[in-house]
Design a protein around this ligand. Structure first.
Ligand code: EPZ
Length: 419
């Protein structure tokens, strides 16, 4: 079994280039199912999740050529299967994003109900509410959801909460519907804007992406398009925190400063210098005693839940106590036990975690419970004295391409070792 072996690595320095966004490329690949013409997607990150989505799309009938970590060519001349099988949905819950495109393109979708995961139950009730409003009949059998519709018709849909996946699925189903759809209380994440930019290049007529109200005018068909995936803002935030926790100075190339404003603001509150340069973001934590702060996760443009665990690891190393409140997922503190085993002192009270600072973290054998928790443990291992071994690293490799290489390029002592 592969593990990461990490030794104390203070003051990272140098530069790192951010890869394409995992959470943008997955809905964009699904959106390519909406046309029988060839689409070309560039800046595709080399991730396990992209491989899983590629396999799912090939099972549906798409031809997907090219290399993950480069350019993908997708052409779906016909739909061979409208199914997202359980073994793929179990591997990657974002597989549910093919439901909207399949419904729009083939009039039917049979998708395994995604189970919960380490961070929460993660239902898809809002996805189904929206598809139903567009005219789909929704049934369930043997753990699968079946959505069917002869013709989708535009509708006004209010989302009880600004779900990213539901906003994406409903938008993709609505682009070929008859008439106009308005999604109220839509999610505003940059990954949704990127997916909508791709759809509009294909001939869709969508306005309001990036705001809480998205208007989609249905069109008869969509054509092929070429699109470059935006840089990954969560990877950006993770490397910002790698610089901060090691008290180093790192230039993060290819970052989009606007997409990480909450992380920048919070690092500045702690005394870390974050500057925008022509080459990207410079994070400099070499000077002065860093102080704690509080963070509350919220849907975009609030503080991203996907950076909560990494920021918490950083807060264990600065002066004073900080309060972390996780408002998006109900169980996103699985990293706390592992951090406490490294010498942190974090107490959980419901949705709130009280993070004591000035901890002398010590290396330990820990395990990754989910993607971002794993990244947080890696950051903690860079700061901790001694050696940290992280198991279950497949979680990390789902969402970070060349994670070890990028960190060693900054001077980190990290290696992937086979037990
Ligand atoms: C997307 O997941 C991201 N994944 C997640 O990133 C991210 O944490 C999340 O958005 C929030 O920003 C991808 O884009 C592939 P949601 P998604 O629907 O779409 C509840 C990572 O680490 N909800 O916005 O599943 C849900 O339970 C991953 O890269 C419903 O109740 O997130 C959760 O509490 C982790 N009913 C909250 O909304 C629904 O129908 C946010 O979920 C849908 C969601």
């Amino acid at each position: 079994m592969a593990k990461y072996r990490i030794r104390q690595s203070l003051a990272l320095s140098g530069e790192v280039a951010i890869s394409g966004s995992k959470n943008a490329v997955l809905p964009i690949m699904a959106a390519a199912l909406l046309t029988d013409e060839r689409c070309e997607i560039t800046d595709v990150p080399a991730l396990r999740d992209v491989d899983v989505m590629r396999g799912l799309m090939c099972g549906i009938g798409a031809r997907v050529n090219g290399r993950c970590g480069g350019v993908l060519e997708i052409a779906t001349e016909g739909i061979a299967s409208e199914e997202a099988p359980n073994e793929l949905v179990k591997k990657m819950r974002a597989s549910v994003l093919v439901m909207g495109p399949l419904l729009a393109r083939a009039g039917r979708a049979r998708v395994a109900l995604p189970g919960g995961c380490a961070i929460g139950t993660r239902p898809i009730d809002l996805h189904l509410k929206g598809l139903k409003a567009l005219g789909a009949r929704i049934d369930s059998e043997n753990g699968y959801v079946i959505a069917a519709a002869d013709r989708l018709r535009g509708a006004n849909i209010y989302l009880d909460s600004p779900s990213v996946g539901a906003t994406e699925n409903i938008t993709m189903a609505a682009v070929l519907a008859e008439g106009t759809t308005v999604i109220e209380n839509a999610a505003e994440e940059p990954e949704i804007v990127d997916m909508v930019n791709f759809l509009n290049k294909m001939g869709a007529r969508i306005k309001g992406a990036g705001t809480n109200t998205i208007k989609i005018e249905g069109v008869k068909r969509l054509g092929g398009a070429r699109h470059a995936v935006i840089p990954d803002r969560i990877e950006t935030g993770t490397f910002m925190l790698a610089a901060a926790i090691t008290r180093g100075r790192v230039l993060i190339r290819n970052a989009v400063p606007d997409h990480v404003k909450p992380v920048t603001a919070k690092l500045k509150e702690c005394g870390v210098d974050v500057r925008v340069s022509d080459d990207g973001l410079i994070v400099d934590a070499r000077h002065g005693a860093l102080m704690s702060t509080d963070i509350r996760t919220l849907p975009y443009p609030g503080f991203p839940t996907d950076i909560q665990s990494q920021f918490m690891a950083f807060l264990t190393t600065v002066r004073g106590s900080g309060i972390v409140t996780e408002n998006v997922f109900e169980n996103r503190y699985m990293h706390v036990n592992e951090l406490n085993r490294m010498g942190a002192n974090i107490k959980i009270e419901g949705r709130v975690a009280i993070v004591e600072g000035d901890c002398r973290l010590r290396g330990a054998e820990v395990f990754a419970t989910d993607l971002r928790a794993g990244a947080a443990l890696a950051l903690a291992g860079l700061y901790a004295s001694g050696t940290t071994q992280i198991s279950e690293i497949h979680h990390i490799e789902r969402g970070y391409s060349a994670f070890v290489e990028k960190l060693t390029g900054l001077g980190a002592d990290i290696a992937r070792v086979e037990e």
